[in-house]
Design a protein around this ligand. Sequence first.
Ligand code: DAH
Length: 351
Amino acid sequence: MTAPSKPDVDTLCRQLEEIQSEAAGAIAAAETVSALDDVRARHLAKRGPIQAVMKMMGNLSAEERPIVGAAANRVRDAITAALSERRGLLARAELAAQLEAETIDITLPGEERSVGSTHPLTRTMNEVTRIFTALGFSVATGPEIEDDWHNFEALNIPPDHPARDMHDTLYLEGSDLLLRTHTSPVQIRAMQSQQPPVAIICPGKVFRHDQVDQTHSPMFHQVEGLLVDRGVTFGHLKGVLEEFIHAFFGPEIPVRFRPSFFPFTEPSAEVDMLLKTRRSVGGQVVEVEEWCEILGCGMVDPAVFEAVGYDPEKWTGFAFGMGVERLAMIRHGITDIRTFFENDIRFLTQL
Ligand code: DAH
């Protein structure tokens, strides 16, 4: 039996070169960093091909061994260098591809997100409230479902009173209850729950059995005001309301008080302010001035004080009430009340 022939130096060195060129081919063919890791594992492993060649140095002389050893080191270094060069290249290419894929085209229109805002009526009520609270009034509230006594009787509007015709009331079937037709019942509730002095405003919803048209809505908003103290005069009322109108509409606006009638106040007045509006006259648009009614007011009727148990000999007071839609319509030049309740975003965002 002949011992298997052991390879000589040249054979071993050739094998090493083959390993190197095979590795070079695999490195060049690797298209990803992870494919390159496989190449490294295959060619530079502890029990890999280079190691296998080294094991076959058995019959080489002491002079020949370092030659093969040095060749193996060169091959290992060359493969390591080729791997790291290719790795750098692939890593840069992968990064470039990723950046390309994640590129943001800043010329594309963005996704629009609309920002919410408060409804113009809420804003109007908030502003009215802010002006009156700065004057020392506090905010009171009451129920939207009322009884006849608070909504009418205590306000000096008995069942057969003609003023009831003005308020087309929505009643709750089979009960004494109704949807409040004005915010005035809050006056009554406020006086029932506290002793004078009283200085309140009440912003809120009111309801009437009205056909919807350009100026009517079955639900609208009012702000009620009430001040009760000793020695309150019509002069105080005028001062407070003029202050309000000038704060809300502008300091220069002329204001007039016109005698009127409300069952719960005596004397009563309606307040107008002079507005500039545009009118078409004979085909020409001209600016005209017009008195425009914006609120009702008066000195609290003694009958109302009696209804809540205040002594009318001792206490005096004034009250006022105004429509929030009307204030907002004048301020923004809106001619149709329905636009407030249609929730058309194009209308709401204009104001
Ligand atoms: N309550 C009245 C209405 O709805 C408005 C009003 C007028 C309220 C005069 C008042 C006032 O407090 O004094 O038509």
